[in-house]
Design a protein around this ligand. Structure first.
Ligand SMILES: C[S@@+](CC[C@H](N)C(=O)[O-])C[C@H]1O[C@@H](n2cnc3c(N)ncnc32)[C@H](O)[C@@H]1O
Length: 278
């Protein structure tokens, strides 16, 4: 288990899909328009949310290679993608999906991305993508990914990278303290070395430029309201737990904050999407 609960990923999926930058998605769509088929690697795929969001913007025949370190999530990805499709044919290692006229072959790989060869020579992707992953990784790992992708001339598309902005309305006295502590926690090692956290998108854009890519960046904020109480409750709890690891003496105050702030009228969590083409 990676610590990413399938229930949490399911809870956030509608907000993730609504948040994705339509402008950047349009650039991705236009970039691959005219192609009949595309091979895509999805890093840290979780339960397959990125495929479900992106497939309809890509050419009609797709091969997605889903990579994650968590076998429970990969199993759930196979199950939920099969349910999402109009029809599915399963073999031991792959599923072939038909969805709204798209033919999507999906293969699955359980691998630790800190150890895996990032060239993906075995898959030969046209596009390497990741959702809600880059804020977890280190600069050193991200540079390896960009270098390996540049060598293969693969496009890169990373969505929903948290950028440090979080706002609850109406405001409360502890909000700023929690966000500051949470953002410090975001820079801690999440398995890849010191994490980029809120600077992930800017670091990624800089690396793309250094390695010969043209790149585009757009905002993809979660904009939550009173109808999103379950997600806000889980989000608040996550903020409070991480913040308490930075400021243990405030753990009780943060826990109380998390419960009280479920009633916020608006919650905005800022993310960025970045596409790079070479
Ligand atoms: C925040 S979740 C995002 C999941 C999915 N992309 C989505 O948008 O719902 C991060 C994912 O990265 C995976 N992950 C984290 N560290 C990893 C590593 N070192 N190797 C492989 N996968 C990893 C986790 O298992 C998890 O599925």
């Amino acid at each position: 288990m990676s610590g990413f609960d399938p229930a949490w990923l399911a809870l956030r999926e509608p907000a993730d899909h609504a948040a994705r930058s339509r402008r950047i998605e349009g650039i991705v769509r236009a970039h691959f328009a005219g192609r009949n088929s595309l091979t895509i690697v999805d890093l840290g795929c979780g339960t397959g949310s990125n495929l479900r969001a992106l497939a309809s913007s890509l050419p009609p025949r797709q091969h997605w290679h889903l990579v994650d370190g968590d076998t429970v999530l990969l199993k759930e990805a196979r199950r939920s993608l099969t349910g999402w499709a109009d029809s599915a044919r399963e073999t031991e290692h792959e599923v072939a999906l038909d969805k709204d006229g798209y033919r999507i072959r999906v293969s699955f790989e359980c691998a630790d991305l800190t150890m895996r060869d990032l060239h993906f020579s075995d898959i030969a992707p046209d596009l390497v993508t990741a959702a809600a992953l880059l804020d977890l990784v280190s600069l050193e790992w991200l540079e390896r990914l960009v270098m390996a992708s540049a060598r293969r001339r693969a496009s890169l598309y990373a969505v929903l990278n948290y950028d440090g902005g979080a706002r609850w309305r109406p405001e409360a006295p502890l909000d700023a303290r929690i966000v500051a502590a949470f953002n410090r926690h975001q820079r801690r090692d999440k398995g890849f070395g010191p994490a980029l956290g809120p600077i992930a998108s800017d670091a990624f854009s800089a690396l793309l430029a250094q390695h010969g890519y043209r790149s585009w960046q757009g905002d993809s904020p979660w904009q939550l309201g009173t109808g999103d109480r379950s997600l806000v409750a889980a989000l608040n709890a996550g903020f409070a737990t991480a913040a308490a690891e930075i400021e243990p003496t405030l753990a009780d105050a943060f826990a109380t904050w998390a419960r009280e702030r479920i009633d916020a009228e608006e919650v905005t969590i800022s993310h960025k999407d970045v596409f790079g083409a070479i």
